[in-house]
Design a binder for this molecule. Structure first.
Ligand SMILES: NC(=O)c1ccc[n+]([C@@H]2O[C@H](COP(=O)([O-])OP(=O)(O)OC[C@H]3O[C@@H](n4cnc5c(N)ncnc54)[C@H](O)[C@@H]3O)[C@@H](O)[C@H]2O)c1
Length: 259
């Protein structure tokens, strides 16, 4: 349980799903973690990690807001004295045909999924340069690799995260900062329940479990991932086990994009 020993990390979107699982795993592996989220429920996640002996803090933080990033980085540096790892995980999604997608919806999605990753990466690079390097993991998606109907805005944002990651990786390699993206396929998290189509899918399938099973059909392995499985892949990119990896894209999608 020492794969993150001595490291200080920020995990965004840590109140729920993949971010929550990642913060819990990081702390169990010895990292000190600043959990951030727009949702104050992140405080309860931090409390439960502290109950296991983890050294963590929670900050309400909007990743799309520039000033909010200054506060987040300062808070991590005040609490831990350094920043070794940033996981840009917070994200939103919606499913809508292109013709029904408004400019406001497009911009809102880009603000969180793409501006958030840009701002976080820029601010973390500044902090990491001061402490000899670090690792940044940007949570993209299988939808950043292949298209998906009714998800053009989401695919554009996640495809943007993929190439942004590679470009920055080239720029900061000399500073000892590694930047990689991760590309999950379908993961069983609350993000699905926020989708407009979810109540209809649950009604049609008969239950939430059956609705998740209907989504699982997209992956050759025949199921959705659990958030803990994605957290393991993020941990790998954050830890020294991946110290020769930068600018790469780690796909963890049950075979979805292998076709
Ligand atoms: N669940 C999947 O199937 C799946 C697949 C591929 C990629 N992803 C990506 O994984 C990441 C995590 O998603 P998840 O499935 O755990 O979703 P989730 O909805 O369970 O968690 C996302 C968290 O981000 C937070 N958040 C949203 N907007 C924010 C903002 N502006 N500032 C700060 N926090 C904000 C939410 O409050 C929430 O706690 C997202 O980037 C998502 O696009 C998810």
């Amino acid at each position: 349980m020492t794969r993150m020993q001595g490291k200080a990390a920020i995990v965004t979107g840590a109140a729920s799903g993949i971010g929550r699982a990642t913060a819990i795993l990081f702390a169990r592996e010895g990292a000190r973690v600043l959990l951030t989220d727009l949702d104050p429920a992140g405080e309860a996640v931090a409390d439960s990690i502290r109950g296991e002996g983890g050294e963590v803090h929670f900050l309400r933080h909007d990743v799309s807001d520039e000033a909010s990033w200054t506060t987040a980085i300062r808070r991590a540096l005040e609490a831990f004295g350094r920043l070794d790892v940033l996981v840009n995980n917070a994200g939103i999604s919606f499913a809508k045909p292109l013709g029904e997608t408004t400019l406001a919806e497009w911009r809102q999605l880009m603000a969180v999924n793409l501006d958030g990753v840009f701002l976080g990466t820029r601010e973390a690079v500044r902090a990491m340069r001061g402490s000899g390097g670090g690792a940044i993991i940007n949570v993209s998606s299988a939808s950043g690799l292949v298209g998906s109907p009714t998800a053009s805005a989401y695919c554009a944002s996640k495809g943007g995260v993929r190439l942004f990651t590679k470009a920055v990786a080239l720029e900061v390699a000399g500073d000892g900062i590694r930047v990689n993206s991760i590309h999950p396929g379908g993961v069983r998290t609350p993000i699905w329940a926020k989708a407009d189509f979810w109540p209809g899918l649950v009604a049609q399938s008969g239950s939430e479990d059956a609705a998740f099973q209907a989504l699982a059909g997209a992956a050759p392995l025949g199921r959705l991932a659990e958030p803990e499985e994605i957290a393991e892949a993020i941990l790998y990119l954050a830890s020294d086990a991946s110290k020769f990896m930068t600018g790469s894209e780690l796909v963890i999608d049950g075979g979805y994009t292998a076709r």
